[in-house]
Design a protein around this ligand. Structure first.
Ligand code: NAP
Ligand code: 8YV
Length: 313
């Protein structure tokens, strides 16, 4: 660690932009510290930025009196206590837009894999069951079905456009209607009841916590499919497990979970109708590189006194 550390790196993210950041500024790495409190005390006189993909608490902010910006690696900034940053005059930035297409691709892939049972089918071939038992059970159609989208922001719009190309009838629910060529539904339960597939791409906020409840899953129904690429906290996971187990909900494809990287054993055991992904919708080299560069560019803008590229507060 350099004497004049300007940037505290906290949390694990893509090593290419991380190294670029280290090459560009004197950095300290929180996870490498044997004594994190001693590290914070040592860098406190000079540290002006945090490059993070981990919880950033009020206590951490208070340990760094010259902190001016928290540059979050990711568009979702639910790990950062933004209210505490606001109260201290600290700016928070995120990485919007550069990942929209990547996340939308994974959402559509997960929808296809879940409805068409592609992971189960792969295992069926590999286990020799095709030859031994004949054709696998039929699956669910995607094209032409009714898609309900919870969230119609930057990523939601890309998902909607892809699904429209699959000849799906796209409706969506948000708090406020958007200027998009899709049908707005003001009530989530109504949207779920009128959809074959529900894709969630809302942020993790107190308001979205558990918004996809047992009632919403029941409205989606025994043939309904839930896809979540937003935040795990939006789904009542206990209710999801119960609804899948007793058939109130047909199937689920999940990239995000309530307590990552821990995934409930009950979901892991459900191989027939559940497809699981390790929160990697944005995880291609190109996109993670672009996200990392945006994080660095925000820090550079702060240091140069220029307007931030993507402030969230
Ligand atoms: P965005 O542009 O801010 O869009 C968020 C959408 O959610 C908006 O349409 C917003 O509309 C809606 N929304 C927010 N709160 C809501 C509520 N309580 N009820 C109903 N709708 C609500 O964000 P984005 O860039 O599309 O990203 C969305 C989220 O995706 C991120 O915050 C992140 O959590 C997640 N994400 C996941 C991955 C992954 O790897 N799986 C990657 C990137 C992002 P209203 O404000 O009108 O309600
Ligand atoms: C992040 C994400 O990269 O941007 C977000 O909000 O969820 C992902 O793109 C992820 O948090 C990193 O693991």
């Amino acid at each position: 660690m350099a004497q004049d550390t300007q940037v505290l790196i906290i949390g694990d993210y893509y090593d290419v932009p991380r190294q670029r950041l280290i090459d560009q500024y004197p950095c300290a790495i929180y996870e490498d510290a044997a004594d994190p409190a001693a590290l914070l005390a040592e860098i406190a006189p000079t540290c002006r930025a945090i490059a993070s993909h981990a919880p950033v608490t009020a206590a951490l902010m208070d340990a760094l009196p010259h902190l001016g910006v928290i540059a979050n690696f990711g568009v979702g900034y639910d790990l950062v206590d933004v209210a505490a940053a606001d109260a201290r005059g600290i700016k928070v930035t995120n990485t919007p837009d550069v990942l929209n297409d990547e996340v939308a691709d994974l959402a559509v892939g997960l929808m296809l894999a879940t409805c068409r049972r592609m992971i189960k089918a792969d295992a069926y071939v590999r286990a020799g069951r095709w030859a031994a038992e004949g054709n696998m059970a039929f699956t669910q159609r995607v094209w032409g079905k009714r898609l309900g989208l919870l969230g119609m922001g930057r990523i939601g719009r890309e998902i909607a456009d892809r699904c429209a190309a699959f000849k799906m009838a796209v409706s969506y629910h948000t708090r406020t209607p958007k200027d998009v060529p899709y049908t707005y539904v003001g009530d989530l339960a109504t949207l779920a009841g009128d959809s074959d597939i529900l894709i969630s791409v809302v942020p993790g906020t107190p308001e979205t916590a558990g918004i996809i409840s047992a009632d919403i899953m029941t409205a989606l129904g025994p043939n309904g499919v839930l896809i979540n690429v937003g935040r795990g906290s939006a789904v009542d996971e206990a209710a999801l497990i119960a609804c899948l187990a007793d058939g109130r909900l047909g199937a689920a494809g999940l990239d995000v979970f309530a307590d990552e990287p821990r995934v409930p054993a009950a979901l892991i055991e459900m191989t027939e109708n559940v497809v699981l992904q390790p929160h990697h919708a944005s995880a291609t080299h190109d996109t993670r590189d672009a996200m990392g560069q945006m994080m660095i560019d925000n820090i550079a803008a702060h240091f140069a006194g220029r307007p931030l590229i993507s402030p969230v507060n």
